[in-house]
Write a protein that binds this ligand. Structure first.
Ligand code: DX5
Ligand code: ZN
Length: 230
């Protein structure tokens, strides 16, 4: 099993974003998770396509854009042009989920649906052929630093079963990502429930002393070694 770790820039130092991206990738991160909040779909406001474009030259790692916005479609081509590799969105944010998935893929990115804690998995059933990623929220979206909701473990097992059944039938792979409250002490349990891709914001960017350019090495190594024991 290959696991991917995607540090969320939400908890990075916004005054040094390019440096933060470079340092966290040098410490062994696989993807950069890029949280887009619009103060409408979620009660917070973060970063958009201009910031994505600005950090694009800082790494060759995939940029995983998590859209917490409503509506979704208007902004998709802007993120594709800004260098996003993966774009995920919440079904509640789009009037036409199948169309939005098609739009993301037509713009050259991988596409994914995001499930809030209370959003049922049936949203994926009729669009499996257009999904590259399924992202389960293990907190309510809007803020970093919240606690992992334990019920997500059962939901992950259910999502894993659906994805495995689809993979067997189609031969196509869909990643299962989890976002919110992922830490060194729970990542193994989350992996055992079926996740293969892990967003971690405060756990990674909250680690170490500000002045140390290697400060993410040890937390990234701890996350990896917890995963190695799964
Ligand atoms: C929450 C965001 C998450 C958040 C995770 O709405 O989607 O990506 O940054 O942060 P932690 O890992 O601190 O829960
Ligand atoms: Zn996120």
């Amino acid at each position: 099993m290959t696991y991917r770790i995607a540090p969320s820039l939400l908890s990075a130092d916004f005054a040094k974003l390019g440096e933060e991206v470079a340092h966290v990738i040098a410490s062994g991160a696989d993807w950069i998770h890029f949280d887009v909040m619009d103060n409408h779909y979620v009660p917070n406001l973060t970063i958009g396509p201009l910031v994505c474009e600005a950090i694009r030259p800082c790494t060759t790692a995939p940029i995983d854009v998590h859209l917490m916005v409503k509506p979704v479609d208007r902004i998709v081509p802007d993120f594709a042009k800004a260098g996003a590799n993966i774009i995920t969105f919440h079904p509640e944010g789009s009037e036409h989920v199948d169309r939005t998935l098609g739009l993301i893929r037509d713009s050259g990115c991988q596409a994914g649906l995001v499930f809030n804690p209370a959003t049922p998995l049936i949203w994926m059933d009729h669009v499996m052929d257009k999904l590259d990623v399924v992202l389960l929220m293990s907190v309510n979206p809007g803020y970093g630093g919240q606690s992992f909701i334990p019920g997500t473990l059962d939901k992950l097992r259910e999502a894993r079963a659906r994805i495995d059944a689809y993979e067997q039938k189609s031969g196509r792979r869909i990643l299962l990502e989890v976002d919110g409250g992922v830490k060194v002490d729970n990542i193994a349990e989350i992996a055992r429930a079926g996740a293969d891709t892990f967003v971690a914001g405060s756990a990674v960017f909250g680690a170490g002393k500000d002045s140390d350019p290697q400060r993410y090495n040890s937390v990234m190594a701890s996350l990896r070694s917890a995963l190695a024991g799964v």
